[in-house]
Design a protein around this ligand. Structure first.
Ligand code: DQA
Length: 148
């Protein structure tokens, strides 16, 4: 199975960005951890990060036919982007929403997600481990719902 791992704005700064919320792992560290887990679960992972909403939408459209599901940290676009929501809905592929920080313990504007009601599930608050839990959950979901 192939999973698209989508990362939104400012996640390229992980490692130096507000470690109290986001931990000290860089995005490259997280991608390495996911790749290790992906090898164990026989998953091929495609990674993409952008600070640009349109580029994220374009990537979802471009990769839809190639992936079985998505692991999504849309970062700030989680709370604002109808366009990304629509792109994920149009892709008709299951996705798990992840956040490094516990968004529900932070400012009220972070409590609302434009993605969660479309997601298989949401994992938040475990720093880089949120991605690993999210990948496991998505892999389990895809295996359970596979038609092959
Ligand atoms: C985030 C939470 C968002 O509110 C924030 O804008 C981010 C990162 C997280 O992973 O905790 O950039 O998605």
């Amino acid at each position: 199975m192939r999973i698209g791992v989508l990362n939104g704005p400012n996640l390229n700064l992980l490692g130096q960005r507000q470690p109290v919320h986001y931990g000290t792992d860089t995005l490259a560290d997280i991608e390495d951890l996911l790749t290790e887990k992906g090898d164990v679960r026989d998953l091929e992972l495609l990674f993409f990060q952008s600070n640009d909403e349109g580029e994220l939408v374009d990537w979802v459209q471009m990769k839809t036919e190639k992936v079985d599901g998505w692991l999504v940290n849309a970062a700030a676009f989680t709370h604002t982007s109808v366009a990304l929501r629509d792109a994920l809905a149009a892709s008709d592929r299951p996705f798990v929403e992840v956040h490094l920080s516990n968004v529900y313990a932070r400012e009220p504007f972070r409590h609302n997600s434009l993605l969660s009601d479309l997601a298989v599930g949401v994992i938040a608050g475990f720093k880089s481990s949120s991605y690993l839990f999210g990948l496991e959950a998505l892999a389990d979901y895809l295996e359970e719902n596979s038609t092959e």
